[in-house]
Design a protein around this ligand. Structure first.
Ligand SMILES: [Zn+2]
Ligand SMILES: [Zn+2]
Length: 168
């Protein structure tokens, strides 16, 4: 996911470019807007991604869709015309995205970071996944087992009791 910004870096501040993202994992579809700033380029990405997850109930790996959006400033390290090295801004650190001497912006790392943030804490392969038998470990999507399981979930019984108090 590379953008050559050598022309944009020679353009006046405020110059804007729009791109449609090519599908490249994890990106399924999306757009990028690049705006020339003093000292860099503001990149705004909106993308539909497919994330890899492991079902938190049955432990099956599966892919699921998510949406990411971000704005990041890519700091210019070299002058596009003279190729002279520029002073980095005072607040730049190791996390700062940079535009190198090749005048390329690579959004892959930002996409990876924002996709990670969009990862569900407890993804489910399907909303009603029955999960694994807590006794024998059988995948209950595949088939039942002979174990005797405690079916009452204490959280639900507490809720039922509360409802009864409110309505009764
Ligand atoms: Zn599952
Ligand atoms: Zn079982």
């Amino acid at each position: 996911m590379l953008f050559n910004v050598s022309q944009l870096l020679r353009s006046p501040v405020g110059e804007t470019r729009h791109y449609v993202l090519d599908a490249a994992p994890p990106v399924h579809a999306g757009t990028a807007e690049l705006v020339r700033l003093p000292g860099g380029v503001l990149v705004t990405v909106k993308a539909d991604v497919v994330l890899d997850g492991v079902c938190s109930r049955c432990l099956t790996p599966f892919g699921y869709p998510a949406h990411i959006e971000f704005d990041e400033v890519y700091v210019q390290e070299y002058d596009a015309v003279t190729a002279a090295r520029l002073e980095p801004p005072e607040d730049a650190d190791d996390e700062t995205f940079r535009i190198g001497a090749d005048h390329l912006i690579d959004i892959s790392e930002a996409v990876r970071q924002y996709s990670e943030m969009a990862t569900a804490m407890q993804p489910l392969c399907r909303p009603d996944c029955p999960g694994l038998c807590p006794v024998c470990g059988q995948d209950l999507t595949v088939g039942g087992c002979e174990c005797e399981r405690e079916v009452t979930d204490t959280r639900w019984s507490a809720l039922a009791a509360l409802k009864q108090t409110l309505h009764g």
